[in-house]
Design a protein around this ligand. Structure first.
Ligand SMILES: [Ca+2]
Ligand SMILES: [Ca+2]
Ligand SMILES: [Ca+2]
Ligand SMILES: [Ca+2]
Ligand SMILES: [Zn+2]
Length: 447
């Protein structure tokens, strides 16, 4: 999971791939040649189809361990939970990116013929992904739309913005940085890995992020449920490309479990939590009223899967009202108790320990005046896991933009929350004085 206080094993960190079932899976080679490029770009994660035999997983994991040792990287001491790392540099944002920073990633699909090395031991060979997918979907637009849906979903849940990069220069995959107009930060290719079942795909961690899909696998021929198999595979692989390692135990509740499942669609709670920790929520940066996330004009609105992603995050939302309005705001922590743990060094899944993602941050909420600083009302009555409510707060400075500001406590861990707000014109009724003077005034005002 994302939070167990367990350092990832070296092996689990390095290589991860999605395995499918038994079949006659044999590694084509035991080569430990490292792919070209800086060592931190050279660590693939490979992911297995459901039912892949443990010995297959173990061999894959062993190779990952050797790759890691050979890379002469020191085991990252900053590994946290099931987060291996995150992007520190992208073609659009440049460098200096760190925990909680929203990030723009470009993605491209390599031209067929692009050289792909022996990432997880398979024979090196040119990409044929485009021809492979054209064969299944008929044309490029159809399968590009499937990839787009996956990135759209990750974008809805995190502080990541995805931009499709139509150019790809066909330079050897992988380990090259993205370059605007030349190739994506994330490059997607494919060639034969191990036939049907076994490994479905593999993916490199940031700042590489490149994806290799097994184009000899009949798994992808099944396009039912709007191509759920391809979408969950790509969403999972890209989870590695965002720096997530595998999350255990296997309960078919987390996208980042080592075996693909189609029991759900896309990122789940643990996956959302981990990526919010790394990239913030979808409204970041919104730490000040000057950078408030604009919610516009509404009667009622609810936004879920927002987060306080660390001990310094502040989330400010702006909303526009007419004169005499009042606002209700409720902030509700989102989470649950579930088992969570890392993948073991031999590729098996740990049993995990209980983690309660509901009770992380003690949340506080304030309504700010149009100047963005005067506090009109504040609530911090309840502790962790409990909502905070502000009811019928008068917005008496007239029509314009007011703010809701949310903070957590000193805990340096991510908490997801839901924001629900209702704007009502109710105070306009009271501005005639009927409400202000108590029963006596009220009585005297009525004929
Ligand atoms: Ca395969
Ligand atoms: Ca936030
Ligand atoms: Ca924020
Ligand atoms: Ca509180
Ligand atoms: Zn994986």
């Amino acid at each position: 999971m994302y939070r167990a206080h367990t350092i990832l094993s070296t092996r689990a960190t390095l290589a991860v791939a999605l395995l499918l079932v038994p079949a006659a899976f044999v590694y084509a080679s035991e080569s430990t040649d490292l792919p070209a490029g800086p060592p931190e770009y050279s660590m693939p994660a490979f992911c297995f189809a459901p039912g892949t035999p443990p010995d297959v997983v173990a061999r894959a994991s062993e190779r990952a361990g050797r790759l890691y040792e050979k890379s002469s990287l020191t085991p990252p001491s900053t590994l946290k939970f099931e987060i291996a790392n995150r992007w520190s540099y992208t073609a659009t944002d440049g460098g200096g990116l760190s925990q909680g920073d929203p990030t723009t990633l470009t993605w491209s699909v390599v031209p067929d013929g692009t050289s792909i090395g022996s990432g997880v031991g398979e024979p090196a060979g040119p990409s044929n992904l485009r021809a492979f997918l054209n064969g299944i979907y008929g044309d490029e637009a159809a399968w590009l739309a499937v990839f787009q849906q996956v990135f759209d979903r990750w974008s809805e849940l995190t502080g990541i913005t995805y931009v499709y990069e139509p150019s790809d220069d066909g330079a050897t995959l992988s380990g090259l940085g993205g370059a605007l107009g030349l190739r994506g930060d994330i490059r997607i290719g494919g060639h034969s890995i191990d036939g049907s079942y076994g490994i479905l795909a593999y993916n490199y961690y940031p700042n590489n992020g490149d994806m290799v899909i097994d184009t000899s696998d009949s798994f992808y021929n099944d396009t039912s449920s709007n191509s759920l198999k391809l979408r969950n595979t790509v969403a999972h692989e890209h989870g590695h490309g965002l720096g997530l390692a595998h999350s255990c135990p296997i309960s078919q509740t987390k996208l980042m479990e080592p075996y693909l499942t189609t029991l759900f669609d896309g990122p789940q709670h643990d996956d959302i939590l981990a990526t919010n920790r790394s990239y913030g929520d979808r409204f970041e940066d919104n730490d000040t009223s000057g950078a408030a996330a604009p919610l516009g004009t509404f009667g009622s609105t609810t936004e879920a899967n927002l987060s306080i992603d660390d001990n310094t995050d502040t989330d400010v939302y702006g909303f526009i009202v007419d004169a005499g309005a009042a606002v209700d705001a409720t902030i509700t922590p989102m989470g649950a108790t579930y088992l969570s743990g890392p993948q073991n060094g031999d590729g098996s899944c740990s049993a995990g320990t209980n983690y309660n993602s509901l009770i992380v941050q003690d949340i506080e909420v304030r309504v700010l005046d149009m100047n963005g600083s005067t506090v009109l009302a504040a609530a911090d009555l309840n502790g962790v896991g409990q909502p905070e409510v502000l009811d019928d707060i008068a917005l008496s400075s007239g029509a314009g933009t007011y703010y809701v500001e949310i903070t957590g406590d000193a805990t340096d861990v991510a908490q997801l929350y839901r924001l629900s707000m209702t704007v009502s014109p109710s105070n306009q009724i009271f501005t005639d004085g009927l409400e202000s003077g108590g029963t006596e005034t009220w009585s005297s005002s009525v004929p």
